[in-house]
Design a protein around this ligand. Structure first.
Ligand code: TRP
Ligand code: ZN
Length: 870
């Protein structure tokens, strides 16, 4: 392995010894030689004689001057520029040159197709100029951009446009100024030729904000949903949190080459075009909802992230967990709260729980980091949002709001810590969060084991709870956590029972604050069925020995919609575990009659919201089912899931066919009731296809041919893919001829290729690398084809000849040098090898060892491979 990059530790944090209060940037844009002049107002912090140490990566340093005098007694080494003997205040001018067209990492200044753009979070600004590239250094940025006017009519940066002009050589320039001091990670520059969708928004206090959406030429008609989502976001943040936008213009640029979803740069968000562009013909309902959520997310960062930012990158969840919580609430307030909750919990169980059980386990506030880009994780984002949600559950909406208000009052304009956030919540509410704070420092998924006892003589019911957090790769010893347990008790008829003890009401959210704790209820006249962790009130695994009858009762009668869905998942989980045990014991697979009946009743239930019905019918992902086992037997798990899915399909196919036939035929619209019906229709189609009833091929093909929207088109293709129907090929080639010019739409096609259950899958995936619409240089294409195959196609990726693992490693070798961030995200399924059987472990490890021997292994991959092989 190459020299080991150093880890940074939270405990070693020290405040900056210099500040930069102001930076004037001057960019002369050129494909291969962009020149950047940075004029920094530098101020020493306190009295010391330490040198100023600036960060810089892949830069050509042209000149340095201090207070107008060129200097050359500086030191450049290890990606640092070190300058000694500075006066206590000075003007430091640094001239650098960079090569945007060769920058394939998509970090710093790079070209996305014909446009220049930047990505600075987390440590990309150092690829533009030498700087104090850390979030606790806040400066006022002014940016002048000069470029060819014909090729780059739009020259954009943060804040307000203050001046512009033409030059004689066909060039022009624009001067921007952002009045709000900000860390360098929020800097952005974009230059290119776009179509612009313009709108405006009047804030509650009457400020008229210009909204501008920049998209590739010809894509204007696909921008409306994004702009509508932005206006809804602005309104929602005013209504729910009393927060208004603070600049005169809000710009969003959609680019095709982007490593993540989007970036909240002050006043100038840069978006992956996947989270902007949509119309009925090319985008699914899921795409539409994703756009709304991500537009909201980046907008909400303006307060939770930009106005109040992070002291250091260990505090990333301060802005990300909180902003994910806010975007989840936004989507829930606008759409179905239950469906949103279900989808968010699926992310926890299928991505975050495995991360917490694997070699990269880390608390939502990591204690040590090698490559910061590796910590934009499901843990920091999604478990981080769950931690905020638990605070919300413990405080209630009005105390939570008071906590947010206090947080803004105390810390506006500052770079702060997660402790500062919790202190605001505690001080505003009076709720003691001392024990709760362990959620910030502790990794791993806790389990809560519940047993109960009913005394028919005294009518007393006792719930006994035991919490346990298993050791994780990063942390052996675990602390007790404060776990909110939201419960309901149902009587035999399924009616909720009042929660009381000794004549007093008991709140439905129990506080589990000890290792072992009993909760006692009286006046309970028959043995109740407990609904536990309603609304997923804590990110834990529940162990309670539910019977089939109790679960089917909860599926029908739990008053919380999420709890009804969760009961359906628990029912499936229970039988997955039991049948995997039967495979191990060489017994034949079996399911009790109540199992199929539960799903038949579910489909037949006409009272049920179609959106919830569709969710309850969906089979859990293989990745979340793997979380039920310490040692995953892939072959047994696949056999069992195939068997159970077929059993559900056979139980429900005829009623699904009836629902399918009776579906109202709407003109396509993005409305929640329509979305719900389409999702129910497409789940039904999938079960019809899996049950292989007569004429199913014609039925699926007919949906594809009649479809006036991408949701139904993909519903047909996906069902045919899963059921391996003959029409799959026909539809895929029709899709390809319609969309091969449009990479963003072709991503859906690449996903289907990666997910194929066919024996030929890997062969086809490899051939598809040469497809005209595919390119490893584009992260969306790469994720669609390679990511779907390696993260979701359990059967082929985990083939016992090791071919899936070797293929992924081959791709990672290439991406290591071109785009290490994307490589590092794709490696996840390989590093989580410890949960598999010995044969697979050996094969996966062999690929990791092979990768570890790459010359110039990027820090991103190094950190994960090193931890995995440790
Ligand atoms: N802050 C961005 C968000 O929350 C995340 C992000 C965008 C990012 N681009 C990135 C993180 C590149 C790391 C690297 O949505
Ligand atoms: Zn974010």
């Amino acid at each position: 392995m190459t020299v080991k990059p150093n880890a940074k530790h939270l405990k070693d944090y020290t405040a900056p010894n210099y500040f930069i209060d102001n930076i004037d940037l001057d960019f002369n844009l050129d494909d291969s030689k962009t020149k950047i002049v940075a004029i920094n107002k530098v101020r020493r912090s306190g009295s010391h004689n330490d040198p100023l140490v600036l960060d810089g990566v892949d830069l050509t340093l042209l000149a340095v001057s201090i207070d107008g005098h060129p200097i050359d007694n500086y030191l450049v080494k290890d990606n640092q520029l070190i300058i000694s003997d500075l006066p206590s205040e000075c003007v430091l001018i640094i001239e650098t040159e960079v090569n945007p067209e060769e920058n394939t990492s998509l970090e710093g200044l790079y070209k996305s197709a014909d446009a220049f753009c930047t990505q600075c979070e987390s440590e990309g600004f150092r690829k533009i100029t030498y700087y104090l590239d850390r979030p606790d250094v806040l400066a006022v940025f002014s940016t002048k951009i000069t470029a060819d006017k014909a090729a780059f009519p739009y020259l954009l940066s943060n804040g307000n446009c203050v001046d512009s002009g033409d030059l004689e050589n066909g060039q022009h320039w624009v001067q921007w100024r952002d009045p709000y001091p900000k860390p360098a990670y929020l800097f952005a520059l974009v230059a290119g030729d776009f179509d612009v969708l313009r709108d405006n928004y009047i804030t509650t206090s009457g400020r008229d904000v210009k909204l501008e959406l920049f998209v590739d030429k010809g894509n204007l008609s696909r921008g409306h949903h994004a702009v509508e989502s932005l206006k809804k976001s602005m309104k929602w943040d005013e209504d729910r949190f009393g927060l208004e936008y603070d600049l005169d213009v809000y710009m969003i640029v959609a680019v095709d080459f982007f490593n993540m979803g989007a970036m909240e740069n002050k006043g100038l968000n840069v978006f992956n075009s996947k989270y902007v562009l949509a119309d009925a013909a090319s985008a699914t309902d899921v795409d539409y909802l994703g756009i709304e959520a991500v537009i909201g997310h980046e907008y909400f960062h303006n307060w939770t992230g930009n106005r109040i930012t992070c002291r250091d990158w260990f505090q990333l969840s301060l802005k990300e967990g909180l902003t994910v919580f806010r975007d989840q609430e936004f989507s829930s307030d606008l759409g179905s709260r239950a469906v949103n909750r279900i989808q968010n919990v699926k992310v926890l169980r299928s991505a975050q729980f495995p991360e917490d059980a694997g070699p990269m386990a880390h608390p939502i506030r990591p204690a040590s980091v090698i490559e910061m880009n590796n910590f934009y994780t499901a843990t920091v984002y999604n478990k981080g949002a769950e931690v905020i949600r638990m605070i919300h559950t413990l405080l209630g909406e009005s105390n939570f709001r008071a906590g947010m208000d206090l947080y803004f009052k105390r810390h506006d304009g500052q770079a702060v810590t997660c402790d500062d956030f919790v202190a605001s919540m505690q001080d505003a509410s009076g709720v003691d969060l001392t024990l709760f704070k362990n959620w910030y420092s502790q990794s791993g998924t806790p389990s809560v084991t519940v047993t109960d006892h009913y005394n028919a003589e005294t009518n007393v019911y006792t719930l006994s709870m035991l919490q346990h957090t298993p050791s994780t790769a990063d942390q052996k010893v675990k602390q007790i956590l404060h776990i909110p347990v939201d419960i309901e008790l149902l009587d035999e008829q399924g009616s909720p029972l009042a929660l009381t003890f000794a004549g007093k009401p008991v709140h439905h959210v129990l506080n589990l604050t000890e290792k072992q704790q009993d909760f006692v209820f009286d006046n309970i006249t028959s043995a109740p069925v407990p609904s536990l962790f309603r609304e997923f009130s804590a990110p834990v695994k529940l162990n309670y020995a539910y019977s089939n009858e109790q679960l089917t009762m909860l599926m029908v009668h739990a008053s919380n919609d999420f709890a009804r869905w969760d009961a359906s998942q628990l029912l499936i989980n229970k039988h997955v575990v039991e049948n995997v045990g039967r495979v191990r014991d060489k017994q034949s697979l079996e399911l009790p009659a109540v199992f199929g009946q539960a799903f038949r009743d579910l489909v037949a239930n006409e009272q049920l919201d179609p959106a919830l019905k569709a969710e309850m019918l969906q089979f859990p992902s293989t990745n979340s089912l793997m979380g039920l086992f310490d040692d995953v037997d892939v072959d047994a798990l696949l056999a069992v899931t195939g068997f159970i899915k077929a059993e559900i399909a056979n139980s429900v196919a005829s009623s699904c066919a009836a629902i399918y036939a009776d579906m109202p035929k709407h003109v396509y619209a993005i409305e929640h009731e329509h979305i719900a019906l389409r999702s129910l229709k497409n789940v039904c189609l999938e079960y019809i296809a899996l049950a292989n009833v007569a004429d199913v091929n014609a039925l699926v093909l007919n949906q594809f041919e009649q479809s006036d929207n991408m949701t139904d088109t993909m519903g047909a293709i996906s069902a045919a893919n899963k059921a391996q129907l003959p029409c799959f090929k026909t539809m895929m080639s029709a899709f390809e001829s319609t969309w091969s010019h449009d990479g963003l739409v072709m991503d859906k096609w690449f996903v289907q290729i990666g997910l194929s259950p066919s024996k030929e899958c890997l062969k086809v995936v490899k051939a598809t690398l040469e497809h005209g619409s595919f390119s490893l240089a584009n992260p969306n294409r790469t994720r669609s084809l390679i990511g779907s195959f390696s993260a979701l196609n359990t059967k082929t990726f985990h083939a016992l000849d090791g071919s899936g693992y070797a293929f992924l490693a081959d791709i990672l070798c290439q991406l290591n040098s071109s785009n290490p961030q994307v490589a590092s995200r794709l490696i996840t399924p390989l590093i989580e090898f410890k949960k598999f059987d010995a044969a697979r472990q050996a094969l996966m490890k062999a690929q990791l060892v092979r990768l570890s021997q790459i010359d110039a292994l990027a820090a991103d991959l190094f950190e994960k491979i090193d931890r995995a092989l440790a």
